[in-house]
Design a binder for this molecule. Structure first.
Ligand SMILES: *Cc1c(COP(=O)(O)O)cnc(C)c1O
Length: 381
């Protein structure tokens, strides 16, 4: 154990939460929760006050992402991880092409590989810290990758694979840690899905998906064919996208959601829209990320992990430290001073800091964080 370094309070950020999910929840959201205490919490999710909150989130997201005509906002329980299984059950007809470049993008591909009714996926793989998008592939009906690979701090472009529309293949984007903090043209996607505990600074447990008419149609076809005699696929109700959609259209969910999460989410979507929407948020995240990357580049002991600047994430910043400085000791010292969740992704196993700079995090606090890291490193030596 190192001696605990005491960071002078004048250097500390106002708020010490820099996690990549769950991420910082703002005080205003907590206040909204308190206010909802007796009117919403503990009441039926099939009645108007809660359904009104769901409607407000769905409309707020439609506005925030400027969704094209015909697209719909769906939601359900289980987070993005549940949506992967739902996509395997309800959206992939036979075979998918996947870009994998980290833990999360790899997990979805693994789910598809393990589904006994799907053919083996075609995988385009890159090392951690870089990015591989799926290329045009014959005989696939979905293309899948992550907007932001949270395990490595890599952001990827979101643009349909050339030729994919002609072959009637869908584009499914895991936007869990990117949605809301990175620019996107929703028309380039058929399912743009995410959980609310990252950019949207809410609690976990739900998934949201912006779905194109083609995605909705595909789910109907796949689920219908799965009910035919001799079909090999089982689509359990929990993994049925059409059932999720039917409920979403009524501003409900298939089964009981955490109402508190809905309240936190509604407050955040409202806040983001009021402050200038996606444009404002993406600028704010880019500013925060840039503070960290330029600090690391100036530093004599730190450097950005992702070498290619064009894919360095503006929402999840990964910084490698010199081997002479133990990242886990730095993380522990920061933690002792109330600055939490700056550790790198466990399975990456690098001497690394990973910092979530979602819209709720103030750029001024990110700057303060750089002073605190420098202070800790100076005083650990
Ligand atoms: C966090 C994360 C997930 C998993 O989200 P859950 O809500 O835990 O299911 C999936 N994909 C990405 C890119 C993530 O960052």
């Amino acid at each position: 154990m190192i001696d605990t370094v005491k960071i002078p309070s004048s250097l500390l950020p106002e708020d010490g939460r820099f996690g990549c999910g769950p991420s910082k929840i703002r005080r205003k959201q907590i206040a909204a929760l308190t206010e909802a205490g007796t009117t919403l919490l503990g009441t039926s999710h099939r009645q108007q006050p809660v359904k009104h909150v769901v409607a407000s989130i769905r409309e707020g997201l439609a506005q925030y992402f400027s969704i094209p005509d015909g697209y719909q906002v769906a939601l359900g329980n289980g987070g993005a991880s549940a949506f992967w299984e739902m996509a395997c059950a309800s959206l992939i007809a036979r075979r998918g092409a996947f870009g994998t470049y980290g833990s999360f993008s790899g997990k979805f591909a693994a789910s598809a590989a393990n589904a006994p009714f799907l053919e083996d996926p075609v995988i385009y793989k890159a090392d951690f810290g870089s990015c591989a998008l799926p290329k045009y592939t014959e005989d696939v009906d979905v293309y899948c990758w992550a907007h932001n690979e949270t395990s490595t701090g890599v952001m990827a472009p979101v643009e349909r694979v050339e030729g994919s529309v002609e072959q009637h293949a869908l584009t499914l984007i895991d936007a869990t840690s990117g949605a809301g903090g990175l620019p996107v043209d929703i028309a380039q996607t058929d399912a743009y899905y995410f959980s609310p505990q990252k950019v949207f600074g809410s609690d976990g447990g739900l998934w949201f998906a912006i779905l194109s008419p083609d995605a909705v149609e595909r789910a109907g076809q796949v689920e219908h064919s799965a009910t035919l005699e001799g079909a090999r696929r089982w689509v359990p109700p929990f993994l049925s996208l059409t059932k999720a959609l039917d409920n979403s259209r009524k501003n409900q969910t298939l089964n009981t959601p955490a109402i508190a999460t809905l309240v936190l989410m509604n407050e955040q979507v409202t806040w983001l829209n009021e402050h200038g929407g996606l444009k404002w948020a993406t600028k704010r995240c880019a500013k925060s990320a840039n503070i960290l990357y330029s600090w690391a580049e100036r530093s004599d002991y730190a450097r950005p992990f992702v070498e290619d600047k064009s894919i360095r994430s503006n929402v999840v910043v990964t910084i490698d430290l010199d081997d002479s400085i133990s990242a886990s000791n730095v993380v522990a010292a920061l933690h002792a001073n109330g600055i939490v969740d700056t550790n790198g992704y466990r399975k990456l196993g690098r001497n690394q800091l990973r910092i979530g700079v979602f819209p709720s995090v103030k750029p001024g606090d990110v700057e303060a964080l750089t002073y605190c890291i420098d202070y800790v490193v100076d005083h650990m030596k």
